[in-house]
Design a protein around this ligand. Structure first.
Ligand code: ACM
Length: 638
């Protein structure tokens, strides 16, 4: 009895310790399908031998692994292309296909003296390497020599493969232009989390970003606007003769390089040419593409107001930013554009936008009236659907499939179109029920241009998406046949994103949450476990000098009125286990100040509530200055 009690006790201690160990030492994002931790550890020797298949499509994979294993460690790597049972790291392509892991999966064995990664295809080896790197200390992410680190990983057996084949990030390079090098940087960052699709939003009202031969004005005129800073969408209109030197575009050679860069990292690029709305840059270049007289005076938008959103979507245009569906020149133009886009991007889909096209100018256009009569179109949605069906024929004539935002459902979906569902999941569900392919990209969970914390801290955007909400993204609704749901993606619109550091801030850590929704088994998702890993990854991103948002540590403010109309302030956190300290006396709270333990009512003359979160005696959140006036406004708004 006594003996078995001791055994039970020992067993309990071991399990607990093991559990903590797993939590702290293994922090792979996205969570692998199965992980078994074994006793012992593997330490990198100074002389490392990597056995790898001799294949051109593994060149970047090997360069990446070599960089990681040599630069921060000071170790040396030798790559050999023959079987070598005693190589330090063996990268093996299965001779017999392992059906469980598919084209992107891998098996990773870390043993005390050797690491083996097996996969069916090179992409699997690449993802196995990403997981392996995440097992080493965070300093492996540094790009210079780091001393006094033991380059050690726990011994593990991992079998891993993705839940969805379409794991996308959309980067809007139109609202603000990002250089080819910056897009490459973005690709380097996304593949850490096993994303395999980069959707480039290449055209919009603020810039046309791709060279099209034979249409030079698209990039001479359409790629440039006036540099403005502040709150995009509220800028003063630029003077007619203001210098238009802000922006840029990718030459066709740039695009070819980007496509190759992405391919070498197992990423497809989905190009988007957003039509018929969001087309002001094209119209400013070639005004004949518009139905509206006077379009020859139009200029590329620089962030000044030009749409009235007060009635919801679609907006009422103050400047007609639509291509004219009744004008044959538009289809000739699009044929030219899609011929070249199709030749440049090997991916099987072309995205044609379709979102938020205002119809108010079409309603007034005699050309559109004539088209409606001729084609028997009853309303503007049917006019847009007529347009999209013609665009689908063009896209298909180039050997590609069409994908568009969910507005393309309205007025009748083009016969073979795939739908990217952004206004919630409903459009995607409807399309899947009609037998169309779907990518889920709902604002509710994956719009990473939204603020990730309180607007008093975050640069203002019209909506908020917290990390914990992004982590709830479930791409596969119960009610649809899974075969139609290709996957999902996060969207980084860049109206308010002026530079690469801020693009990073907005992408991470929410990009980690969405990566886990797209890769990991649904049953393995667990917020507390995930957030523990995110904290480890903050250290990795610090080492890699990639910016991320610490917003998840900031407190959440909730306000209401008491029965006697006093302000009632509730504070909370997304993360468990944090303490919130506060002051009303304008001084800076720390962990010696009052600790929040329940709703607060500010003293009569207080003007400012300052708050900060702590984990134990370490500050983790930012010092937040919340004017009482702001809280009163929020309480009265309800
Ligand atoms: C979109 O967000 N307008 C697709």
């Amino acid at each position: 009895m006594k003996k078995s009690f001791i055994l039970l006790f020992l067993c309990f201690v071991t399990v607990t310790a093991f559990g903590q160990n797993v939590q702290s030492r293994i922090a792979i994002i996205p969570e692998p399908v199965t992980i078994t931790e074994n006793p012992g550890s593997f330490t990198l020797p100074h002389h490392i031998t990597i056995e790898a298949p001799a294949r051109a499509d593994l060149k970047e994979t090997l360069a990446f692994l070599t960089q990681k294993l040599t630069v921060p460690t000071g170790n040396e790597v030798k790559i050999i292309h023959r079987e070598s049972a005693d190589a330090t790291v063996r990268l093996l392509l299965n001779k017999q296909v392992n059906n469980t892991i598919g084209d992107e999966g891998y098996q990773l064995s870390v043993m005390p003296a050797q690491v083996v990664i097996k996969a069916n295809k090179p992409a699997g080896l690449f993802y196995g390497i990403q997981s392996l790197i995440q097992l080493f200390p965070a300093s492996i992410e540094t790009d210079n020599l780091v001393k006094n680190v033991t380059w050690e990983t726990p011994c593990v057996e991992i079998t891993d493969y993705p839940r969805f084949g379409w794991r996308g990030l959309m980067f809007d390079v139109s609202r603000h232009f990002f250089t080819k090098q910056e897009v490459e940087q973005y690709i380097d960052q996304m593949v850490r989390y096993k994303y395999n699709l980069l959707h480039l939003h290449l055209t919009d009202d603020q810039g046309w970003r791709i060279e099209i031969k034979g249409l030079p004005k698209l990039t001479e005129v359409g790629a440039w606007n006036v540099k403005k800073e502040g709150y995009f969408g509220t800028f003063t209109p630029p003077a007619p003769d203001a210098l238009r030197n802000y922006g840029g575009f990718y030459t066709q050679d740039d695009i070819k390089e980007l496509v190759q860069y992405a391919k070498a990292r197992f990423v497809n690029i989905l190009p988007e040419i957003d039509v018929p709305g969001h087309s002001l840059a094209a119209i400013a270049s070639y005004p004949e593409l518009s139905c509206t007289p006077g379009a020859d005076k139009y200029q590329v938008n620089s962030g000044e107001p030009f749409m009235d959103w007060s009635h919801g979507a679609p907006p009422i245009a103050l400047v007609d930013n639509t291509l004219c569906p009744a004008n044959e020149k538009v289809y000739t133009f699009l044929d030219k554009v899609f011929t070249q886009v199709a030749a440049l991007f090997p991916f099987e889909y072309i995205h044609v936008g379709g979102d938020e096209a205002p119809h108010n100018y079409w309603e007034k256009s005699p050309q559109i009236q004539a088209l409606m009569k001729k084609e028997g179109l009853k309303n503007m949605n049917e006019v847009q659907s007529y347009f999209t069906k013609r665009v689908e024929k063009i896209v298909e004539s180039k050997g590609k499939k069409l994908i568009g935002w969910d507005e393309i459902l309205e007025g009748g979906l083009a016969p073979n179109a795939a739908v990217m569902s952004w206004r919630g999941m409903e459009g995607g569900i409807a399309a899947a029920k009609m037998g169309h392919e779907v990518v889920m990209s709902p604002t509710t969970y994956v719009y990473i241009d939204y603020m990730q914390g309180d607007p008093i801290v975050e640069p203002r955007v019209y909506s908020t998406l917290l990390l914990s909400k992004a982590y709830q993204f479930e791409p596969l609704p119960d009610s649809v046949d899974p075969k139609y749901i290709k996957g999902g993606q996060a969207n980084l619109w860049t109206e308010q994103i002026y530079n690469m550091r801020y693009a990073e801030y907005m992408t991470w850590p929410r990009g980690m949450a969405i990566a886990e929704a797209l890769w990991s088994p649904k049953a393995k998702r667990n917020w507390d476990h995930f957030f523990g890993k995110v904290e480890q990854h903050f250290k990795r991103l610090d080492a890699a000098q990639i910016k991320y948002a610490p917003s998840v540590y900031d407190p959440i403010f909730k306000v209401s009125r008491t029965t006697d109309k006093k302000l009632r302030i509730e504070l909370g956190t997304e993360v468990n286990g944090l303490d919130i300290y506060y002051s009303f006396d304008n001084t800076f709270p720390d962990n010696f100040y009052p600790k929040y333990s329940g709703p607060l009512t500010p003293p009569d003359d207080a003007v400012m509530l300052k708050v900060i979160t702590y984990e134990g005696n370490k500050p983790v959140g930012r010092m937040i200055y919340m004017p009482i006036e702001e809280l009163n406004k929020r309480a009265d708004k309800k």
